[in-house]
Design a protein. Structure first.
Ligand code: AMP
Ligand code: MG
Length: 311
């Protein structure tokens, strides 16, 4: 891995190269969203299926109107949650300068204004929208440290190290292309908080895969098998435990998500915990204690279900 400074990262992005950088959610693999050749490098580096659209990151609200059609709901959500872990999917304007590959050919564009101070400064220096999916090979667990990026994408990738990601989960994705606001992906902002600001319930599509192609079941798969809602160790197995609350006894290796049972803390530790257990020698599985389904628990359980099913 090549460590770069913030000004080097900005120069690289402006000249059409890809750079991994920290955001408050997970590390992103960025490229100039208006440069189709640069965007293609993201897909190549990730080994990502090309029907999967990317989130476009902006530094400033003034960039919004030149890219997409913004309605009252979008303005209200942006005001309440930006900068932060919320992505809005909005209709592209006919003259939208973002490469069609970022939208995977769809007439919509996913936009987010990140809160991480280093990411904000980087976006300001670049002065253009930056497309960035998570900085891992497609199908791997998302990176929440520079080392995770290194492990997944190899030594040649340029990385702007911003420390561990404080939220630790991808953004919540809300679709605003139809009459009803739709939860396309649960994430770092709880759906209940979004419904409170909107003043109406979010639609939950039956088949998220069709609505939001990034909801591929394989998306968050560790190498080891994952067992959920675990109340006791499996006899004869060497399992690692992701614990929530006081850890259960009898496991070979324990990584606490949150000893006090705090869902925000658990979200921040989720991917690092999966990475740690997945790399632990001698384990033959990952066991996860039950996580409540409210607040960030919805997004945590969504990722864990994918990790358990998607191998
Ligand atoms: P990632 O880049 O790994 O954080 O994933 C981006 C998420 O945003 C995926 O779930 C995508 O499917 C979703 N997404 C991005 N753009 C769109 C779009 N135009 N329409 C629907 N979902 C989108
Ligand atoms: Mg991803």
């Amino acid at each position: 891995m090549v460590d770069v400074t913030i000004s080097e990262a900005a120069e690289k992005l402006k000249s059409g190269a890809v750079v991994a950088f920290a955001t408050e959610t997970v590390y992103g693999l960025g490229a100039d969203a208006t440069d189709p050749a640069a965007v293609a490098k993201i897909y190549a580096a990730k080994g990502r299926p090309d029907f999967n659209p990317l989130i476009c990151h902006i530094a400033d609200l003034s960039q919004l109107d030149g890219l997409v059609s913004v309605d009252e709901r979008a303005r209200r959500l942006a005001k309440a949650f930006w900068p932060g872990a919320l992505t809005l999917v909005l209709p592209r304007r006919p003259d939208c300068p973002v490469a069609p590959a970022v939208s995977a050919g769809l007439p919509s564009l996913a936009l987010r204004m990140p809160a991480h101070p280093q990411a904000r400064e980087l976006l300001r220096l670049v002065g253009r929208p930056v497309a960035a999916p998570s900085a891992n090979r497609s199908g791997h667990v998302s990176p929440t440290t520079a080392q995770h990026v290194r492990d997944s994408l190899g030594p040649d990738i340029a990385v702007l190290d911003g420390g561990p990601c404080p939220v630790g989960l991808e953004s919540t994705v809300i679709g605003l292309t139809g009459p009803q606001a739709t939860l396309l992906r649960p994430g770092g902002v709880a759906a209940e908080e979004i419904e409170r600001i909107l003043g109406e319930p979010l639609a939950r599509p039956q088949d998220m895969k069709l609505e939001s192609p990034g909801m591929l079941l394989k998306h968050y798969a560790p190498r080891l098998p994952v067992r959920l809602e675990v109340a006791a160790p499996l006899p004869g197995k060497q399992e690692g435990l992701l614990s929530f609350g006081p850890p259960l006894p009898g496991f070979a290796h324990v990584v606490p998500l949150s000893v006090s049972g705090d869902l925000v803390e658990a979200a921040a530790n989720l991917y690092a915990g999966l990475h740690e257990l997945d790399e632990q020698a001698g384990l033959d599985g990952i066991a996860v204690m039950p996580i409540p389904g409210h607040g960030l628990g919805q997004a945590i359980n969504d990722r864990l279900t994918r990790a358990a099913r998607g191998r």
